[in-house]
Ligand binder design. Structure first.
Ligand SMILES: Nc1nc2c(c(=O)[nH]1)N[C@H]1C(S)=C(S)[C@@H](COP(=O)(O)OP(=O)(O)OC[C@H]3O[C@@H](n4cnc5c(=O)[nH]c(N)nc54)[C@H](O)[C@@H]3O)O[C@H]1N2
Ligand SMILES: Nc1nc2c(c(=O)[nH]1)N[C@H]1C(S)=C(S)[C@@H](COP(=O)(O)OP(=O)(O)OC[C@H]3O[C@@H](n4cnc5c(=O)[nH]c(N)nc54)[C@H](O)[C@@H]3O)O[C@H]1N2
Ligand SMILES: [Mo]
Length: 687
C-alpha cells in the first residue's frame, strides 16, 4: 500500500507472503477504483423518492441515528422487538467488522435472530459430522500431493492463489482431476475433466467407495485405528455400484473405476471441495461421502493427503467475544435470511411481521433467491429499511436510510483466513472518506443512540482486537497483536507445509476422536454450525439424520422430476463470476469490462432446438420468475445444462431481474444450506 498526502495511490500484494506471493486477483487489483469511486456513499442519506427509485437527500449522522432509534423503539413498543430483523453477510470478512459485528446490538434489542447459511453451512455441517472442525490439509502442502481432485471448485477464478501449489504438484508428477458439469478455466488446466450431471456428485463419491472397498484398495490399518462405522459403511455402499452411478451422473462406469483406483493408489491424494457441491438437495450427504474417502485410503498419513475445505477452523477466534450469546433472550425467533423475501412479503406468516430491516455487509436483492418476491417485500411502504453500504446497491435503493460504510483501507481489523493458515492485520491506511464509518463504529453509534451502556458497546477497535483470538492457544505461540501489527501477517504456529499432517494418528475433533463413517452426531439431528447463527454458539438440533452417508438426488432434474422438467427442461447453475466478488464490484467499470454483459452459457444442441444464436437475447424462466440475458453458445456446458453467473445487479439488467429471480428458497439436506443450483428452467429466444 502506498499512501501519498493521505490518499492511497497504489495497492499491491506482499511478494514475501508464502501463499499469495504478491499476486492480486482481478477482484482487488483495482481496489482503489472502489475506494475512490465517485459513486461511493459518503454521507447518511434519507429517501426522497419512491422505494427502489434511488432518490435520496443528504442528512446528518445525528439526524439519521435519531430517526433509526425512534423507529426501532416505536416498532418494538408496538409490535415487539422481533418485528425488527437484521440481515448481514460477508461484505467484509474481518473478525471485528464481519459476520457477527451487529450481533450484540440486535440481541440487546431482542430482534429476530438472523440465521446466515448462504455459504458452506451444509458443507461445514457434513464435514464436522465426519471429521470434526479440522483445518484439513494445509493448502501449501498440496505441492506434496500425488493426486488432486478439484471437486466443484473453479480454483482459477475463485481461489487463484491455490493454483501455483497445484501447478507445482503437477510439475512433480501429480495428476489433477476436475469434477464439474462445466468446462472452466480450471478444468482446462487439469489433466482430466469429469463432466458430471449437476447435483449428482454424491452418487460418484459413493460409487468410488464401492470400488475402493470391494477391490481391496483400502488402508485397513488406518481404518481399524482411526475410524468408526466401517462395517456398516461396507454394507451401505454395496447398493452404489459404478453402473448405478453412471446412470445417475452421466460419468461412464469405467471412468468411475479408474478414478477410484487412481485416487486410492496414488498417495498422498487430496480432494479440494468447492462450495458448489452443497447447492443441491443432497449437498450435505455429498460432502459426508467425500469427507469419508481420505480415511478409507489412508490419505491422512502424509502431508498433502486428505481433504481441503476451509482452513478457517485452524484459527482460535473467540467468536463469543463478538456474538455475545449470553445477551440473547432464550427463545428469540430465528428466521433464515435465505427466506428473506417470504419473511417480508408475509408468506412466512410471521407474528409479529417484520416491520424494520437493517442490512449491512450484504446485498440480498442480488444474492438471495426468489428475487422478485424479495423486491416486493422491500417495496412495502410500511417497512422501515436501513442499509449500511459503500454504494447504492440494488438493495440500498429500497432503503429509507442509507448509512455510509468504509472500505477495507479505511478501517482497522484482524483477519483469520478462509483459504490459508496465516493470520493478518488490517491496518487503516487512510482516514475514512466523507462521513463513512466502519461497522464497529456504526454499532457503537447505534447503541449510544438507543441508550445502551453495556461495556460491550463501549469497546474500542483495539480492545476488540485484543479479544479476537485465544492468544494462549498453541497455534498462536509467537503471535501477538504487536507482532501482527508489525509484520502484517504470520503463519499460525503449526508445522511447515512439508510436515503438516495433523491426522497421521487420528486425533480428529469429532466426539469419538475418529473419522465417523457412522456419525454419532446424526441422531441428534441436522444442525447449523455455530458460526452461521447469530447469537448462539450451541448446535441447534433438528430432525434426525441417517448416520451413514447416502445418496439424495437433486430435487429439480429431468430424471427426478420429469413433470417439472416437461415445462422447464434445463438445469441452471449460477456459480461465481470471474471479475466480481459475489455482487461486489458489479457496479465498477473496470470489473464490468472484464466480466462483460451477463450471459447464459448454453450447449449448441439446446440452442439450435430453440433457434438461439450467440449474442441473441434470451428469456430464462421457471415458475418462480424470469430474467433476460445474452446467449453464449458454448460446448463448455453439457447438453441440458445452462450457466449464468451470480453477481450482476438488477439495475444493469436487461429487464428487471437477474439470475436470482429463478433460484429456489428450498433448503438442502444439512445445515440449512441453499439449493441455488437445484433449479430447472426453460429458455426461449426473446424477440
Ligand atoms: N472471482 C470470484 N471469486 C470468489 C467469489 C466470487 O464471487 N468471485 N466468491 C467467494 C465466495 S463467497 C465463495 S463461497 C467461493 C466459492 O467458490 P467455488 O467453490 O469455486 O464456487 P462456485 O464458483 O459457485 O462453483 C465452482 C464450480 O462448481 C461447478 N458446479 C456447479 N454445480 C455443480 C455440481 O453440481 N457438481 C459439480 N461437481 N460441480 C458443480 C461450477 O460449474 C463451478 O465451476 O469463491 C470465493 N471467491
Ligand atoms: N445464485 C447464487 N446465489 C448466491 C451464491 C451463488 O453461488 N449463486 N453464493 C452465495 C454465497 S457463497 C455467498 S458468500 C453470498 C454472498 O452474499 P453477500 O455477502 O451479500 O455478498 P455481496 O453481494 O458481495 O454483498 C456484500 C455487500 O457488502 C458491502 N460491504 C463491503 N464491505 C462493507 C463494510 O465494511 N460495511 C458495510 N456495511 N458494507 C460493506 C458491499 O458493498 C456489498 O454490497 O451469496 C450467496 N448467493
Ligand atoms: Mo461464499
Amino acid at each position: 500500500m502506498t499512501v501519498r498526502d493521505g490518499t492511497a495511490v497504489d495497492v499491491s500484494g506482499d511478494p514475501e507472503h508464502p501463499f499469495t506471493r504478491g499476486g492480486l486477483c482481478v477482484k482487488v487489483d483495482n481496489y482503489l477504483d472502489r475506494v475512490y469511486s465517485p459513486d461511493r456513499v459518503l454521507f447518511p442519506l434519507r429517501r426522497t423518492g419512491p422505494k427502489g427509485s434511488g432518490e435520496f437527500e443528504r442528512i446528518s449522522w445525528a439526524g439519521a441515528l435519531a430517526e433509526i432509534a425512534g423507529k426501532f423503539t416505536g416498532i418494538a413498543a408496538e409490535h415487539g422487538p422481533e418485528a425488527i430483523m437484521p440481515c448481514s453477510y460477508l461484505g467484509t470478512e474481518g473478525v471485528l467488522n464481519g459476520l457477527n459485528v451487529g450481533d450484540p446490538f440486535f440481541a440487546k434489542l431482542g430482534a429476530t435472530v438472523s440465521e446466515r447459511t448462504y455459504c458452506d453451512s451444509g458443507s461445514c455441517t457434513a464435514y464436522a459430522m465426519t471429521i470434526g472442525d479440522s483445518a484439513g490439509v494445509d493448502p501449501e502442502s498440496l505441492v506434496h500431493s500425488r493426486y488432486i481432485i478439484i471437486w466443484a471448485c473453479n480454483v482459477m477464478s475463485t481461489n487463484l492463489h491455490l493454483w501455483p501449489f497445484i501447478a507445482e504438484a503437477r510439475k512433480r508428477g501429480a495428476k489433477v482431476v476436475v469434477v464439474d458439469p462445466v468446462k472452466t478455466r480450471t478444468s482446462k488446466a487439469a489433466d482430466w475433466h469429469l463432466t458430471i450431471r449437476p447435483g449428482t456428485d454424491g452418487a460418484l463419491a459413493l460409487a468410488m467407495m464401492h470400488v475402493i472397498i470391494n477391490e481391496g484398495l483400502t488402508d485397513d490399518d488406518y481404518i481399524a485405528r482411526y475410524t468408526i462405522g466401517y462395517d456398516a459403511l461396507v454394507e451401505r455402499v454395496q447398493q452404489y455400484s459404478p453402473e448405478w452411478a453412471a446412470e445417475e451422473t452421466g460419468v461412464p462406469a469405467d471412468d468411475i473405476r479408474t478414478l477410484a483406483r487412481e485416487y486410492a493408489r496414488a498417495q498422498p491424494s487430496v480432494i479440494r471441495i468447492g462450495v458448489a457441491i452443497e447447492r443441491h438437495a443432497g449437498g450435505g450427504q455429498t460432502v459426508r461421502a467425500l469427507a469419508c474417502l481420505p480415511a478409507l485410503v489412508g490419505a491422512w498419513r502424509q502431508p498433502g493427503g486428505g481433504i481441503l475445505q476451509l482452513p478457517l477452523w485452524a484459527f482460535p477466534v473467540i467468536w463469543d467475544n463478538f456474538i455475545h450469546p449470553e445477551m440473547l433472550k432464550p427463545g428469540t425467533r430465528v428466521v433464515n435470511q435465505y427466506l428473506l423475501g417470504d419473511a417480508l412479503t408475509g408468506e412466512l406468516a410471521l407474528d409479529p411481521p417484520v416491520k424494520a430491516l437493517m442490512v449491512y455487509n450484504s446485498n440480498p436483492l442480488v444474492v438471495c433467491p426468489d428475487q422478485d418476491n424479495l423486491a416486493r417485500g422491500l417495496a412495502r411502504e410500511d417497512l422501515f429499511t436501513v442499509v449500511s453500504e459503500q454504494f447504492i446497491t440494488d438493495t440500498a435503493r429500497y432503503a429509507d436510510i442509507v448509512l455510509p460504510a468504509t472500505t477495507q483501507l479505511e478501517q482497522e481489523d484482524i483477519m483469520f483466513s478462509w483459504g490459508h493458515l496465516y493470520a493478518s492485520y488490517n491496518h487503516r491506511a487512510v482516514q475514512p472518506l466523507g462521513e463513512a464509518v466502519s461497522n464497529t463504529e456504526l454499532f457503537r453509534r447505534l447503541a449510544a443512540a438507543m441508550g445502551y451502556t453495556d461495556p460491550v458497546f463501549l469497546r474500542t477497535d483495539q480492545e476488540m482486537i485484543a479479544e479476537a483470538f485465544d492468544w494462549s492457544a498453541p497455534v498462536m505461540q509467537g503471535i501477538t497483536v504487536e507482532s501482527l501489527k508489525e509484520k502484517g501477517w504470520q503463519r499460525l504456529n503449526v508445522p511447515p507445509p512439508d510436515q503438516y499432517a495433523p491426522h497421521v494418528e487420528g486425533d480428529f475433533p469429532t466426539p469419538t476422536g475418529k473419522v465417523e463413517f457412522a456419525s454419532s452426531l446424526a441422531p441428534g439431528g441436522n444442525f447449523v454450525v455455530p458460526l452461521f447463527r447469530q447469537g448462539s454458539t450451541e448446535h441447534q438440533p433438528g430432525n434426525p439424520v441417517d448416520p451413514l452417508p447416502h445418496y439424495i438426488p437433486p430435487r429439480e432434474s429431468v430424471r427426478t422430476n420429469p413433470e417439472l422438467a416437461a415445462a422447464y427442461p434445463l438445469s441452471l447453475l449460477s456459480p461465481k463470476s470471474h471479475a466480481y466478488l459475489n455482487s461486489s464490484d458489479a457496479n465498477l467499470e473496470f470489473h464490468r469490462k472484464v466480466q462483460k454483459d451477463p450471459s447464459l452459457l448454453i450447449h449448441p444442441e439446446d440452442a439450435e432446438e430453440r433457434g438461439i444464436t450467440t449474442g441473441a437475447r434470451v428469456r430464462v424462466f421457471n415458475n418462480r420468475g424470469e430474467f433476460v440475458v445474452k446467449a453464449k453458445i458454448d460446448k463448455s456446458v453439457l447438453p441440458g445444462v445452462v450457466v449464468s453467473h451470480v453477481g450482476s445487479w438488477r439495475m444493469h439488467a436487461d429487464g428487471l431481474s437477474t439470475v436470482s429471480a429463478v433460484t429456489p428458497t428450498v433448503f438442502g439436506d444439512l445445515g440449512n444450506c441453499p439449493t441455488f443450483s437445484d433449479t430447472l428452467v426453460q429458455v426461449e429466444r426473446k424477440p
